[in-house]
Design a protein around this ligand. Sequence first.
Ligand code: NAP
Length: 239
Amino acid sequence: MVRTALVTGANRGLGLEFVRQLLARGDHVVATCRHPGKATALTALGAAHPGRLHVLPLDVARETSRAELARELPLVLGENGRLDLLVNNAGVLHSGERFGHLQQALLEDSLSTNAVGPLLLVQVLAPLLRDGDGQHSPVIANLSSQLGSIASVTRFGTPGYAISKAAQNMATAQLAQALAPRGIVVLALHPGWVQTDMGGPQAPDPVDTVVAGMLRLFDATTPAQTGRFFDWQGRTLPW
Ligand code: NAP
């Protein structure tokens, strides 16, 4: 079965690897990023998979940008086309935050990008998501982090990121309720500590292994799992 997926923040890191693996298995992919003109890796993937990759602009933190994507997407999907998978992958981590020196602008940017943006993106794209049919469950995957787990806090660190991912986790729980009647599964995912620009070169988890693990999880998901928090290997995490 050919599926259609949309990935945010798809020009590098985990987002780019999602696009690569989804194309490799035959899916149609809408890859979004802030600057498609500079997304050379996506341009190369498009050339290698003619007609199966569309690259569209999206700054997830900006309402006008989300609205513009919602206007353009039906043209790409076609009249009856719907999304089977939405990967809310775009995220930001402002490093170097210290207690006593926290800045409102950085906290607000973390919240807009990591929590408010993904929540409102789901809302504006909801009409373009496929409904579950009892056999196949469309999935919204919110890339979260163990650092957003309130139950796991042991030190003061990356507060803007941690607070925004905790807020995103609540958005996942809320969206799961809103979309359950349509059979759409909404998950919060911790991808591990991954070798990307954000994770850094010392991270233990290779990006291809982690993305393959999450795709396996999405394929096997059931409506009973909606609104839950998993790591990339399918282990349940505490909120
Ligand atoms: P990354 O290498 O830093 O890439 C982040 C991506 O998000 C880039 O494509 C970036 O685009 C995009 N982005 C940032 N702000 C955006 C905005 N306002 N609108 C649209 N795109 C935006 O990060 P990553 O490691 O691949 O992380 C992907 C996701 O996994 C994030 O949500 C992150 O929090 C989560 N995560 C990662 C790790 C890890 O160890 N790597 C661990 C836990 C969770 P630009 O190129 O335009 O900046």
